[in-house]
Design a protein around this ligand. Structure first.
Ligand SMILES: Nc1ncnc2c1ncn2[C@@H]1O[C@H](COP(=O)(O)OP(=O)(O)OP(=O)(O)O)[C@@H](O)[C@H]1O
Length: 708
């Protein structure tokens, strides 16, 4: 009887909605296109799936909040049971803030040519090296940075190299090292030990740079590359060092560990020192390790090594480091405005700096109310990986490890294989049933595996994910900023920044994972209505983005829910959502049920929620006025983590945090460094190392390093 009543209730609502919510034609007349969607979200009737037997209401009073919290507590201890019949669930489309008019100026971007039209033959390189590059690896022409940097480095000059992401900086330093090592009159031997030292911030980057050397050295097999990184067994690394390594690629922490404790590692023959992603290394507080490495080199090498610092974004810190570590360096900056941006002393002002991004990169932003974030993300994934005709390869950046962990599980469970069926393009267009033989078969999300990558994973899982995603032709990688720098994952079509990066340099590196080496790519930045002035912040650095309409992005949800296996009995078929809003609500319910009915998922969601709020309080001073934790509506954030209410246990802590942030926004919470550093941890004590402020970096290097 109850079921029949509920069905009747549902069918009424459903009938109402069928005339009410049509994405294309119900739009307030007085507003621009961009704002129509929002207006519609704010004012439509709500879709209430009957089976959940819940009351959907507006955002509640404090009294109601308490009640909700109690319900949440109950939910936490009653996992596996059905939702309580009187649970209050906030509607997805009500009480959202207005989406403000976004003023994104069309800024004149700084362009940089990637390729030069000139071949490697034009350089004084060994013919084997040229044939390796051109024939074996298919590099038919040099990139700008390679053309400028290789001759300089072959002359044994120190250099500070800056060029856009994906422009081939790795070969720009690797080719000269291989050329000079193979040309030594006295052929080098394996047990000579290292001649070149390459320092990079992450383990994945170690593997990638090492791989570049392995490929280049195929014709010079007597030169042996090797790598050291956190997460690997020290014993195995020691035995490799004992056998002999001539080119050593390492993360700073693990390298320092071996310098201290591995007696077979000696640095007396080091002639090249390369610090890649130099600005990142300094940001992460590795300057202490780098200072110690430089001191070790100083004490062991008779002559200072030729030193090269590289990045797509060189910050003030790197300029200071370069002024101390580089001897009369060449500044190699690729890009039209490179010369004009330089200060007379060779430094750059990062607050004013214009960054170059690949011209083939199309950048978008999407303004979505907090409550709709999760369904909007799901819709974007479905659109690009299932309904766009060809399956994309997508990287989604999130702010914390817990957030990545939670979302990858949730999205896998709700959008994963069990919930997908195949349909054909023609079937969808013609509304035919699935028996039709015609049409193009679409890939479903089950063929687009969802991967995760963050600093809290076992090294073997990290490497496994990295390799699998690198080889995959489609799929979605959810990750933290551990994947933002330097990684060269082929054929990535879309970069999604689900949480804003804050610093512009981080934006540059994240989007730089696509549109590499002349290929096409697209990126989308998620913003909440309170955050839209971030666009102007990006515009200041000559970064231009177009707006995506949130209602268009949500449209694939309707196709998706209609694709799901339908209930057999005729009455329940009425439950099939008929509008985009119904579909979004239906999917949000699936997400919420998944969290409510599974204890582990509930814990993951709560942790994700907490860490998201904490990370939100750590935005840098440049953008702290845009990303204010006090602007967050905790109930809405909870909804975006598929939690029906904000977890009780963090309510007070978060409120205090918000208050603190309001009072003294520049004070970062203690855990900030640990959270950030752990993403890049090389397996040592990085999380505990002291992050010094910029002036002390200078002091440290000045006092300790006296080669010059
Ligand atoms: N001359 C070339 N021709 C074609 N492809 C090239 C050439 N040089 C490098 N590449 C390819 O370009 C891609 C990007 O190179 P690389 O990773 O060195 O870029 P990067 O400038 O270091 O980027 P990031 O700043 O993101 O670290 C790699 O896949 C590399 O194999």
């Amino acid at each position: 009887m109850l079921l029949l009543n509920t069905m009747a209730e549902f069918s009424n609502i459903s009938l109402n909605l069928s005339t009410d919510v049509n994405v294309n034609d119900v739009r307030p007349r007085s507003r621009s296109n961009k704002n129509r969607a929002n207006k519609k979200f704010n004012h439509k009737e709500k879709f209430v799936p009957a089976h959940t037997k819940v009351e959907r209401r507006e955002e509640s009073s404090p009294k109601e909040d308490n009640r909700k919290r109690k319900l949440s507590d109950n939910a936490e201890i009653s996992h596996g049971k059905k939702p309580k019949s009187d649970m209050v669930i906030s509607s997805l489309f009500r009480k959202n803030p207005e989406i403000p008019e976004v003023l994104s100026s069309k800024v004149e971007t700084v362009s940089e040519n990637v390729f030069t039209g000139e071949t490697f033959k034009e350089l004084p390189l060994h013919p084997f090296l040229i044939s390796n590059l051109e024939e074996k690896q298919g590099f038919k022409q040099m990139t700008e940075v390679q053309k400028k940097a290789i001759p300089v480095l072959l002359k044994k000059k120190d250099a500070l190299i800056k060029s856009q992401t994906g422009s081939g900086k790795t070969l720009a330093y690797a080719v000269p090292i291989v050329q000079m090592l193979q040309s030594r009159k006295l052929k080098i031997k394996r047990d000579d030990g290292p001649y070149a030292l390459i320092i990079v911030p992450t383990r994945e980057l170690v593997l990638q740079s090492y791989d570049t050397f392995v490929k280049l050295l195929r014709t010079f097999i007597w030169i042996v590359p090797g790598c050291l990184m956190g997460g690997e067994k020290r014993k195995a690394e020691k035995s490799r060092l004992r056998k002999g390594v001539n080119i050593l690629v390492a993360t700073p922490g693990r390298l320092m560990d071996h310098i201290k404790f591995t007696s077979v590692l000696h640095l007396a023959r080091i002639q090249w020192l390369v610090i890649d992603e130099a600005d990142r290394l300094l940001e992460l507080g590795y300057e202490r390790d780098i200072a110690l490495i430089l001191n070790a080199l100083k004490s062991q090498c008779p002559d200072p090594p030729q030193t090269v610092l590289l990045s797509a974004t060189l910050t003030d810190g790197v300029e200071r480091l370069s002024s101390i570590t580089l001897d009369n360096p060449e500044h190699i900056c690729v890009g039209e405005l490179a010369d004009t941006l330089q200060q007379p002393n060779g430094s750059t002002d990062s607050s004013q700096e214009n960054f170059t991004l690949p011209s083939q990169l199309k950048q978008y932003f999407i303004v979505t109310p907090c409550k709709l974030r999760l369904v909007t993300l799901a819709a974007l994934m479905l659109w690009k990986c299932k309904y766009s005709g060809c399956s994309s390869k997508m990287i989604i950046f999130m702010s914390t490890q817990d957030s990545v962990h939670f979302h990858s599980k949730l999205l896998n469970q709700v959008l994963g294989p069990a919930h997908n069926i195949k349909r054909t393009l023609t079937q969808m267009a013609l509304g035919q049933d699935e028996s039709s033989e015609d049409g193009v078969e679409l890939k479903d999300m089950s063929e687009s595996t969802i991967y995760q990558l963050h600093g809290d994973m076992q090294q073997k899982d990290r490497t496994n994910t990295f390799n699998k995603f690198a080889k995959a032709t489609s799929g979605v990688l959810l990750c933290t900023d551990v994947a933002a720098r330097g990684l060269d994952l082929p054929h990535v079509d879309w970069i999604v920044q689900y949480t804003s990066p804050g610093a512009t340099v981080d934006y540059i590196h994240r989007v730089g994972r696509t549109a590499r080496a002349g290929t096409k790519g697209q990126s989308v930045l998620f913003l909440m209505p309170s955050e839209v002035t971030y666009i102007q912040e990006l515009n200041k650095h000559k970064i231009s983005l177009d707006q995506m309409d949130v209602s268009s992005v949500l449209e694939p949800l309707l196709l998706h829910v209609q694709d799901l296996p339908q209930p057999q009995d005729v009455t329940s078929k009425r439950q099939i959502p008929k509008t985009v809003e119904e579909a979004a609500t239906f999917l949000q319910d699936r997400f919420e049920e998944c969290v409510l009915n599974d204890k582990d998922m509930n814990i993951l969601a709560s942790k994700g929620f907490q860490s998201y709020i904490r990370a939100y309080a750590t935005y840098s001073k440049e953008v702290k006025n845009i990303f204010k934790v006090s602007d967050l509506h905790l109930g809405h954030v909870a909804k975006s983590f598929a939690l029906r209410v904000a977890p009780a246990m963090v309510h007070n802590a978060t409120a205090t945090l918000a208050l603190k942030h309001k009072k003294k926004t520049s004070n970062r919470p203690d855990n900030f460094r640990q959270v950030t550093l752990s993403e890049y941890s090389s397996g040592l004590q990085a999380a505990n190392c002291n992050v010094k402020t910029k002036p002390s970096i200078k002091r440290k290097f000045k006092t300790k390093l006296k080669w010059k």
